[in-house]
Design a protein around this ligand. Structure first.
Ligand code: SF4
Ligand code: SF4
Ligand code: SF4
Length: 324
C-alpha cells in the first residue's frame, strides 16, 4: 500500500499538481477572508493587507509597524510584541519552509503566470551571469535590514511618519494584488506630502519593473524579496527539506537547467546533504527533472515524500514534462 502511494507521488505530474495547488492557494490568499477564513497577522507569505478579502496578513506589515518605536521601548513591551509575532511567523514557516514561495505566495504565482504567458507568446527569457547573480542576491538582505531600520528611524524621529510602512509602499504586492478583487486604488501617486509622493512614485516605478522583469526573467522579483531573506535565516530547523545524495549524482545538470532561481549548487554540490540555498523557492522542479534514483528528495520530518526516480523521470519525459 505504502509503496503504491510512494510510486503514485514519485511518478506523478508535478507541474500539474503545482499549477492547481498554486491556483487554490492564490484564491485562498485573495478571497479567503470573504469566506471568514482567518489565519492571523504573521503569515510568512504576501497575504497583502491591502487586499480586502485577505485571510490574514503578511508578517512584514506588523513587523514594520512594531519597529516604529524608540530604542528604550524596543527593550520593553514593543520588543515583546515583536518576539510574539516572530514566534507565530516561525511556527507557520517551520512546517512548510520555503515552499511558501514555490506554492503559496500570490506574488510568486503571478510571476509564474507571467512566465507562462511569455512562453505562449514565444519570447525567450533572460538569465543572469554568475557574477550578476552573486551581486544581485545580496539585495534582498539589504532590503530586509532597511525594512527593520527605517521604521526604527521613524520611531526615533529621524525619518518622517509619512514614509508609512516603507517596504509596503514599494512592494508590488500592494499595487497588484488588490486588482484581483477589483480594487485599483493603490495604483496611484499620493501628492499629500513630498515624502508620500516619493514613496508612492517609487512604488509605481517598482510595479512597472516587476511586470517587465517577470516577463523577461523567471521569478524576477524573488531574487530581491526580503521575505525570502527572512525565510532563509529560519530555514535550518524547518520540517520540510530538500536533500541531495551526492554519491548518486552524475552532475548531468538537468536539475539546474529547470531551476527558475538559477541555483548552481543543486547540480554542482555533491557534498551537502541539505541542498537548500537562500534563493530556493522549494518548487521541487529539480527533483522532478532528476534522472538518478534517489539523488534528490523532499523530506518531511525526516521521511522522504517525493524522490527522484528513474521511472518517474521516464514517465515525465514521455509526457514532455521533464521540468515538472
Ligand atoms: S521570494 Fe518573495 S515574492 Fe517570491 S514567492 Fe517568496 S515571498 Fe513571494
Ligand atoms: S539532475 Fe540529478 S543527477 Fe543530474 S546533476 Fe542534478 S542532482 Fe545530479
Ligand atoms: S533548487 Fe530546486 S526546489 Fe529550489 S528553486 Fe531550484 S528547482 Fe526549485
Amino acid at each position: 500500500m505504502l509503496k503504491t502511494v510512494k510510486d503514485f507521488v514519485n511518478h506523478g505530474d508535478l507541474r500539474r499538481f503545482r499549477f492547481w495547488l498554486q491556483l487554490l492557494l492564490f484564491i485562498l490568499f485573495i478571497y479567503g477572508g470573504y469566506a471568514a477564513i482567518q489565519l492571523g497577522d504573521n503569515l510568512p507569505t504576501f497575504s497583502c493587507t491591502y487586499v480586502d478579502g485577505k485571510p490574514g496578513t503578511c508578517f512584514l506589515v506588523p513587523l514594520q509597524h512594531r519597529m516604529v518605536t524608540t530604542p528604550e521601548k524596543l527593550f520593553s513591551y514593543a520588543g515583546m510584541a515583536i518576539l510574539t509575532g516572530l514566534f507565530y511567523f516561525t511556527l507557520w514557516f517551520l512546517v512548510f519552509n520555503k515552499a511558501w514561495c514555490g506554492y503559496a505566495c500570490p506574488l510568486g504565482t503571478i510571476q509564474d503566470w507571467i512566465t507562462a504567458l511569455r512562453k505562449k507568446l514565444g519570447f525567450q527569457y533572460v538569465t543572469y551571469s554568475w557574477e550578476q547573480f552573486k551581486k544581485l542576491k545580496k539585495i534582498k538582505y539589504a532590503l530586509l535590514l532597511l525594512l527593520i531600520f527605517i521604521p526604527m528611524g521613524i520611531g526615533s524621529g529621524i525619518f518622517s511618519h509619512d514614509m508609512g510602512v516603507p517596504f509596503c509602499m514599494i512592494c508590488p504586492a500592494r499595487t497588484i494584488l488588490p486588482i484581483f478583487s477589483g480594487d485599483f486604488s493603490q495604483l496611484t501617486i499620493d501628492f499629500s506630502s513630498k515624502t508620500k509622493m516619493i514613496m508612492t512614485s517609487l512604488g509605481m516605478l517598482i510595479t512597472g519593473i516587476f511586470l517587465v522583469g517577470a516577463f523577461v526573467k523567471k521569478r524576477f522579483f524573488c531574487f530581491f524579496c526580503p521575505m525570502s531573506a527572512l525565510h532563509y535565516l529560519l530555514s535550518k530547523p524547518a520540517l520540510l527539506k530538500l536533500k541531495k545524495d551526492g554519491s548518486k549524482c552524475t552532475k548531468c545538470g538537468d536539475c539546474y537547467s529547470v531551476c527558475d532561481m538559477q541555483i548552481k549548487d543543486i547540480a554542482d554540490d555533491v557534498e551537502s546533504r541539505n541542498i537548500l540555498r537562500d534563493d530556493c523557492i522549494m518548487c521541487f522542479k529539480c527533483v522532478s527533472a532528476c534522472p538518478e534514483e534517489g539523488a534528490l528528495e523532499v523530506d518531511f520530518m525526516g521521511q522522504p515524500i517525493f524522490e527522484a526516480t528513474v521511472q518517474g523521470y521516464i514517465k515525465r519525459m514521455q509526457k514532455g514534462n521533464k521540468s515538472g
